[in-house]
Design a protein around this ligand. Sequence first.
Ligand SMILES: [Zn+2]
Length: 461
Amino acid sequence: MVHAAATLLVADEAPDGGVGVLEAIERAAQASAAQIGLAAITGVLDWASTHTPARAACPGAADLGADGADAAGHDARLVARRPKTVRTLLGPVDLVRGYYHCAGCRRGFAPLDTRLGVQGGSLSPGLERACALAGAEMPYAKSFEFIGTVTGLDLASTSTLARATRSEGTRARDLIAAEQQAARPGPPAAAGTADGTGPDLCYIVLDGTGAPMLPRECQGRAGKDGGRAGTREVKIGCFFTQSGTDPATGDPVQDPGSATYISTFAPAAQFGAQAKGEYHRRGFDQIRQPVVLGDGAHWIWNIADLHFPQATQIVDYFHAHEHLADLTKLLTPTLDKDPAAFEQRLVDALDLGDTDAITTAVKDLHLDHCAPELVKPARTEVGYFAAHRHRMQYADFKANGYYIGSGPVESACNTIVKQRAKRAGMHWSIHGLHPVLALRTLRQSSREHVLWPGPSPTPQT
Ligand SMILES: [Zn+2]
């Protein structure tokens, strides 16, 4: 067919079916290449499947769970040769492999499936990875179409693709958890400062964002404004380093490629332990000055106090700024002068880290005389600035060249959660979304090599 297409190209004629000449050649070449590749794979698999000794060691402990220990030394018997179709990136391959039965465990297994990495599934590792990459990126129906268009493969159903995404995502989550649990204080793994040449500052930026869930995942949970919750909070952590400031402006400069992320549905206590694990994995305990950045949420500061007591704590400047706008709006009926001027005065005080001046400015309005109904709400707003006083020393923070905004984690919330999970009509189960978020978190961190070791096009952190 390639030859036929080439003839058409030379003759300047259009091939049948309204397809362009180059496209026709490309498709034909792709099909030929796949055929050659499939023949090679089939050859190897045929050879491997002939190796069926009468007995095999029961995998037992490897995947039998609690009873696994008892399976040690079990001897399984060849009972049949069973066919299986494996879908590969080049197309489906039929193989016949030895099927063994262990009398002790009363269970059957195919050792070749384990060696090929297709136990419990029908996708080759390469196709499984392609499906998971697409499924993590786009809605499943769209991913299904995408894989079909690019590879010319028929995956049979979107559920095959969804299953592959969940399976790889669960593996990612387990690998990430194992890394976090194994991480210990000590010499830096990635970001080096032992020789004094590495970054001087490291940031732990924490935030939460809602993901739209199925009603059964939100049962018994109060939503905003007293209604029923339709979302569950995903907590996100962003970890990055800073080696200096812009010499011209004095603005902080994040070390390129230094950001990694963590994400979870878990409660704050568990998330805190995960954040500590990532902190150690990154070797942040070797860096002189850690900084925890977040909005006003209590759980963030509890984690900071418990796990990062040596860190400077900073409330996101823009959240503080918004609170000033809210306070001004609340007080507007009592202001005889321009509310904008009043707000500017508060902003100037905030920029200096002078939260006492904010308290004083409100006190000077004598609300108890002129607007008693505003006393309580005003006290709440002012209380925010009093409570976070030490976290709002913005003039000092800027002088030290620190970041004062939690923008990096907010954009991660957007990329990791919102762009995939918060689309029109989407409602997730935890079981369905958690693995997807794990894949997206690895990708955002440029750490897919954790899941798929081998040559990586991206730098490894
Ligand atoms: Zn056994």
